[in-house]
Design a protein around this ligand. Structure first.
Ligand code: SF4
Length: 691
């Protein structure tokens, strides 16, 4: 078959937001997907999971037709119906809920199944047009955003392509080999062409750390102690750019005195690193002008995640690295886009939303917890797009108890029979990104990528936009966006944002939205009203849960308490070829990831009587799961690493690992502490062995 190469863009929940070249074999089939070589960040590279996307888009288990529940809630028994019956049923359920409890009792809910400007966020028009409850999207990056906002202000930094001009690259709390693969090619270029050093800071020896010159494995939730001790060393040894600090930050004698006590000895006891490791890293960083820190979000998924990000983000302010090409830091581009989404998101109606519910607290919300409901009515009807919340949300058993409520109507629009889809009353088949048009904010770089439709729709699938439009019209709304196709909305959004014409942009595949060098490096000031980096943050400006947060940059000792009943700390980072719960259905990813595995330190394994390959049960008050044990000193003693959010069918109780995670909001603005869970661990006695 002759392949035609067409351009598109990756929609998945990943900072790379790759521009793609797709082999189109026919109007309904693709071959391989490769990276677009012309977008500087993508540079012709994509991850292996998207490279073999044909496995996913042509998967035999895709949902094909609207379904109506015929079994008990959560049982997963459905019968096929037509689109009209499905949409009529949903619209009637929403009207009934609104009449009985008020319009706020209907909750449209979405997450990062696609990051498309049109296909992901278009659902928010439902809340705006009908005064349904809105959603604060906290599940992923809120703690990182909070910490960055506290010091730097805003949500931008130095484009990762600039690492090619760096002499020291620090990857802190992220594993780009698994989650941001393109970054590695830019890092490798700097190492080859200028002999740049790569340092990786993480809580286990990740695939990225394996490629590094220096790897620092610390205890989870102790990053701020490392950062503060580095600042102490740099201050004590005169490696600080004092004129820069004076001009560009609020650093003063109070901060200086405070940091003087944060010695490497102090930090060694907290982090588990040696004094020598901390001092050597501080000196290397302090003496390198062109030092670049790429922050991941992993280390912020802890109760003290925002304070950790704040402390680590202070390092380039100490050395003045921001001033130099190839220097500074970056975690994400969220405030650079300037997109006018008045039409696509009905922003003009945003004032109609009177209740915002916290996405991460879905369990508490569905179970009627008063504070989570913000003083409003119970949620009586939901419309879920792009989210497998029953599997991926923290305290997932509570989410499922909520979804089981007989007085809750749930419509799910999905691509596969996910854990969440099984709880639907009406289940609708969703189109994939290759079957729709959209644009994507490359939050791990600075290009807005454009993804035109490549394939005809699979079976009876519909796009997110089409379903929202049809439902909103059935419910009686009027808005110009409801009569527009995704291509028309993309075009109108680009036009309103003065970014050019879609027909021209499609050719290239992206629009460059990078800030100027001065803006990206904050040479015209940090993004606080005083233009300075803040060592003394005002947490109360950032979120409601700020009580007790440190008033000067510091380690905040609030992580989940381990003790005799729960002596281990569980961290659940992403594996290489699953992305949240996406790709867990593709054969290539399943083959690579094999089986749910807990990596346990040899000393812990011995004390628990666990051997390599044994089954082990991990648990706490919220529940327990069984996994395979792998004995490894990849992390510090007392830390258990379990990569991946594996589907339910891998677990004996039929529910995955996020059942163990606490859903208490991370200070100051919410989010889930996915990597901050105290657990017990014991060998699992298999039934046949016990008999
Ligand atoms: S690296 Fe990320 S953005 Fe690029 S193709 Fe893979 S999932 Fe998509």
């Amino acid at each position: 078959m002759t392949a035609e190469i067409v351009r598109s863009a990756c929609p998945h929940d990943c900072p790379s937001a790759c521009a793609l070249e797709v082999e189109r074999l026919s109007p309904t089939r693709i071959g391989r997907i490769r990276g677009n070589p012309d977008l500087p960040f993508t540079a012709g590279v994509v991850c292996e999971k998207v490279g073999r996307y044909a496995e996913r888009v042509h998967h035999p288990d895709r949902l094909t037709h609207p379904l109506k529940r015929v079994g008990a809630k959560g049982e997963g028994r459905f019968e096929q119906i037509g689109w009209d019956e499905a949409l009529d049923t949903v619209s009637l359920a929403f009207k009934t809920a609104a009449e009985k409890y008020g319009s706020e009792s209907v909750w449209p809910y979405h997450s990062g199944g696609t990051l498309g400007v049109v296909q992901r966020y278009g659902i928010e028009r439902m809340s705006r047009l009908f005064n349904y409850s809105g959603m604060t999207g906290t599940i992923c990056v809120t703690p990182a955003m909070s910490g960055w906002a506290a010091g730097v202000g805003g949500q931008r930094g130095v484009d990762p392509c600039e690492v090619e001009e760096s002499d020291l690259i620090v990857v802190w709390g992220g594993n780009p080999v698994h989650t941001n693969v393109n970054l590695m090619s830019h890092i490798q270029k700097a190492r080859k062409t200028r002999g740049a050093k790569l340092v990786v800071v993480d809580v286990y020896r990740t695939s990225t750390m394996a490629a590094a010159d220096i790897g620092l494995v610390l205890r989870p939730g102790t990053d701020a102690a490392l950062a503060c001790a580095m600042m102490q060393v740099m201050l004590a040894e005169g490696m600080v750019d004092e004129p820069y600090l004076a001009e560009y930050s609020d650093f003063d004698d109070e901060v200086r005195t405070h940091l003087a006590g944060k010695t490497p000895n102090w930090a060694a006891a907290i982090t588990g690193l040696t004094v020598d490791e901390i001092t050597a890293f501080a000196r290397l960083y302090g003496r390198t002008q062109k030092s670049y820190i790429k922050f991941g979000v992993g280390f912020t998924r802890s109760r003290n995640g925002a304070t950790s990000m704040h402390a680590a983000s202070a390092l380039p302010a100490m050395t003045g690295a921001w001033q130099y090409r190839g220097g500074g830091a970056f975690w994400g581009s969220f405030d650079i886009w300037g997109l006018d989404t008045t039409l696509a998101h009905a922003d003009d109606k945003a004032g109609n939303v009177t209740r915002m519910l916290d996405q991460s607290r879905i369990g508490a919300i569905l179970n009627g917890q008063e504070d989570a409901l913000e003083g409003g009515p119970p949620v009586a009807a939901m419309f879920i797009q792009n989210s497998n919340t029953a599997l991926v949300a923290a305290d997932s058993a509570a989410v499922r108890r909520g979804l089981l409520r007989e007085d809750l109507f749930v419509c799910v629009h999905e691509q596969f029979m996910t854990a969440t889809a099984r709880y639907a009353d009406i289940l609708l088949p969703a189109a994939m990104f290759l079957e729709v048009d959209d644009i994507y904010k490359g939050w791990g770089h600075t290009a807005l990528t454009v993804g035109p439709r490549v394939l005809e729709r699979h079976a009876d699938c519909r796009s997110n936009l089409e379903v929202v439009n049809a439902l909103a019209k059935r419910l009686g709304a009027e808005h110009p966006s409801l009569d527009m196709s995704s291509e028309e909305l993309v075009d109108a959004t680009l036009d309103a944002s003065n970014l050019g014409e879609l027909s021209m942009i499609k050719e290239q595949g992206w629009v460059d939205c990078s800030p100027s060098f001065e803006d990206a490096h904050f040479l015209s000031g940090f993004r606080h009203s005083d233009g300075r980096f803040h060592f003394k943050p005002n947490w109360s400006e950032i979120g409601p849960y700020h009580v007790g947060m440190p008033s000067i940059v510091d380690h905040w000792d609030v992580v989940d308490t381990v003790g005799v009943d729960r002596p281990f700390r569980l961290v659940t980072p992403p594996p290489r070829t699953y992305l949240n719960s996406s790709f867990t259905e593709t054969p290539g990813s399943q083959k690579r990831e094999r089986r749910p595995t807990a990596m346990i330190h040899p000393v812990d394994a011995q004390s628990c009587g666990v051997e390599d390959g044994d089954m082990v049960r991990l648990g706490n008050a919220r529940g327990d799961v069984v996994m395979y044990a792998k004995i490894s000193d990849t992390a510090k003693q007392g830390v258990v690493i379990a990569e991946g959010v594996w589907p339910d069918n891998n677990f004996d109780r039929g529910i995955g690992i996020n059942m163990l995670i606490d859903a208490t909001p991370v200070p100051p603005a919410g989010g889930s502490a996915f990597h901050d869970t105290a657990i017990w661990l014991r060998p699992e006695v298999m039934q046949d062995a016990a008999d």
